[in-house]
Design a protein around this ligand. Structure first.
Ligand SMILES: Nc1ncnc2c1ncn2[C@@H]1O[C@H](COP(=O)(O)OP(=O)(O)OP(=O)(O)O)[C@@H](O)[C@H]1O
Ligand SMILES: [Mg+2]
Length: 254
């Protein structure tokens, strides 16, 4: 590998009760790239993604062994501050989960939780920067008081991304962020992600292999809790090493 990984897992295993959902995952995520996690339903993509900011901690009966190293630190160490971790490693979900409140409230919620700033002008600058970052400033600058639930879905999803980047993270996790969007909205979000990768390390779980091929530089193929293959997306899609990867990307199952 020709990069210093932004995230590295070492022998990562995860169990839901006695069910082994992640089996000895060793992956190195490149910095400032888009990495796609692909594989059939139930193979553990979301579970793996949730390991990167310890969202699985919220689920009962989960047992995790192994390490997830971010910036030379195992995020499962006892002295890790979870709030800081989740600020550094932001997450965007399948359905735009905006709060039933104003655009302004949606964007400032995290700032309050993390006690990042109190100065009104600074907060307004941060709002402008984050909305510009997701291409929404012109649309929303006069609608900051509008309830976010009434925005078009694509704008809601952009707002969810803005809500993450206003906290100045290093890593953005997205779990099938386009699955509720139409094709045109999907392409717009993809364009946004391609731009954001200049500043952030992005990991996207997707069912849509064309999407993975269009936007990601690296791809990991998972099957039944295992990481079968990880490589440059070009190679995964044209010349995979494992026959199971080939079967999946040529549509023989999944
Ligand atoms: N909270 C949970 N308790 C028990 N089992 C779970 C839990 N969450 C997920 N699983 C199981 O773990 C396995 C991996 O689930 P996961 O949601 O990570 O898969 P996925 O690849 O994201 O699937 P999909 O493409 O359908 O979203 C599945 O067999 C699933 O049923
Ligand atoms: Mg999933």
């Amino acid at each position: 590998m020709e990069f210093f990984p932004k995230i590295e897992t070492r022998n990562l295993n995860l169990y839901y009760g006695s069910f082994s959902a992640l089996k000895n995952i060793n992956i190195k995520i490149p910095p400032k790239e888009i990495t796609a996690i692909i594989g059939p339903s139930g193979c553990g993509k979301s579970t793996l993604l949730r390991c990167f900011n310890r969202m699985n901690d919220l689920i009962e009966n989960v047992k995790i062994t192994g390490e997830v190293i971010i910036d030379n630190k195992n995020i499962f160490d006892k002295n890790v501050n979870l709030l800081n971790l989740r600020r550094n490693v932001g997450m965007v979900f399948q359905r735009p989960n905006v709060f039933d409140a104003s655009v302004y409230y949606n964007l400032t919620f995290g700032i309050k939780i993390h006690r990042l700033m109190r100065n009104k002008n600074k907060i307004n600058d941060a709002i402008q920067m984050s909305l510009e970052g997701v291409g929404l400033w012109n649309d929303l600058k006069d609608k900051l008081k509008k309830n976010a639930r009434y925005l078009p879905l694509e704008q809601q999803q952009r707002l969810c991304i803005a809500r993450v980047i206003i906290l100045n993270p290093k890593i953005i996790l997205l779990d099938e962020p386009c699955s509720t969007l139409d094709p045109i909205a999907t392409l717009k979000i993809e364009e946004l992600l391609k731009k954001l990768k200049e500043d952030y390390t992005i990991i996207i779980v997707t069912h849509n292999m064309q999407q993975a091929a269009r936007i990601s530089g690296w791809s990991g193929f998972m099957l039944l809790g295992e990481l079968i293959e990880f490589n440059r997306t070009k190679i995964i899609f044209t010349n995979p090493t494992d026959s199971r990867t080939e079967d999946y990307i040529t549509g023989r199952f999944g």
